[in-house]
Design a protein around this ligand. Structure first.
Ligand code: UDP
Ligand code: MG
Length: 321
């Protein structure tokens, strides 16, 4: 029987055939240097390229490498969740496969963990290689989210972080579907700190987060951690009713005192279209929440696994839903 695993590295991968071998090598070098038992869990999130084949090959030669192969693409956040569900280590590190998060930062995180912190998140000082659009929208998003919620979610941090076994076990109790893991970890509490690092360029390949996925991710974050968008309807409604009332008084006064009327069907149409637009936006916001409630109500499993490799048969865990 092998020694108890001390460190677990969780790496979600989606169509990463160009980078996977390099990230394995860099992670292995860093983890070997620590001279303590470790495992690296790769989660294949339904890749359509050779990723699954390459990881399977690595698993044949290196038993520290474990592999969870999803039946299809379930998304980055779900892949991370599955990885955490199956880890055994006392400290768990989540890292992207594309080497934007440098594996060499892991020992610094471990140092902080040894000092007694339960969560050590990577704080991005600069983001080399990310487009201006990505940096700009990300900076605004993190600050906007912060202003929307009472949970203290640190700005400019991604999922690259170390968590203690306690935190991982607490996270397993959280069953929500459209998850924003970094927010949930902040919500859990525990002793948290950050280490600063500069985010590198992607080693090879393209981002797997196109605008559509980024928007869904942003909506997940906001709907999971804030009710404020729902209040928009009540506040907006109150404001508009007050303004309309004032305007009504003005129109009546013009009619009664000045004996005049305000002409113009064009203005009526413009006002009508404008407020119908606002109404539809508010309905859309409510829809975002209702869709997510529906997802929860269905209670489908979070992910479906096609194959597991290099896991001890008797230690297989996971979640029930
Ligand atoms: N990823 C995934 N499933 C997806 C999209 C991305 O597992 O549906 C993985 C991807 O392989 C990478 C990590 O999530 O390891 C972050 O993705 P990426 O680097 O493309 O995002 P970016 O850094 O551009 O935001
Ligand atoms: Mg990346």
């Amino acid at each position: 029987m092998s020694e108890a695993v001390r460190y677990s590295i969780v790496v979600p991968v989606y169509n990463e055939e160009e980078v996977i071998l390099e990230s394995y090598k860099r992670l292995k070098t860093v983890m070997d240097s620590l001279k303590e038992p470790y495992e690296i869990v790769f989660i294949n999130d339904g890749s359509r390229d050779k990723t699954s084949f390459i990881v399977s090959e690595i698993c044949e030669t290196d038993k520290n490498i474990k592999f969870i192969d999803f039946s299809r693409n379930f998304g980055h956040q779900v892949a991370i969740t599955a990885g955490m569900d199956y880890t055994e280590g006392e400290a768990i590190v989540v890292i992207d496969a594309d080497l934007q998060d440098p594996p060499e930062v892991i020992p610094k995180m471990i140092e902080k963990w040894k000092e007694g912190y339960d969560v050590v998140y990577g704080k991005r000082l600069e983001r080399k290689g990310d487009t201006f659009f990505k940096k700009f929208t990300a900076a605004i998003f993190y600050r906007f989210l912060r202003s929307m919620t009472d949970v203290d979610i640190p700005v400019d941090t991604g999922d690259f972080r170390l968590i203690d076994r306690k935190v991982c076990d607490a996270l397993k109790q959280v069953n929500e579907r459209n998850r924003y893991i970094r927010g949930i970890i902040s919500w859990l509490g525990f002793k948290q700190t950050g280490v600063e690092f500069s985010r590198d360029k992607r080693f090879a390949g393209e981002t797997k987060y196109p605008l559509k996925k980024m928007l869904k991710f942003a909506f997940d974050a906001i709907t999971s951690f804030s009710y404020k968008p729902l209040k928009l309807a009540s506040y907006g409604g109150m404001m508009l009713s007050t303004l309309s009332f004032v305007y009504l008084v003005v129109v009546l006064a013009t009619r009664l005192i000045a004996q005049g009327t305000t002409p113009g069907w064009a203005s009526i149409l413009a006002v009508n279209l404008f407020f119908n637009g606002i109404m539809l936006i508010i309905l859309g916001i409510i829809g975002e929440y209702i869709g997510r409630i529906y997802d929860e109500a269905k209670g489908r499993p979070l992910y479906v696994i096609r194959e597991l490799k290099n896991f001890d048969r008797d230690k297989k865990s996971g979640r029930s839903r």
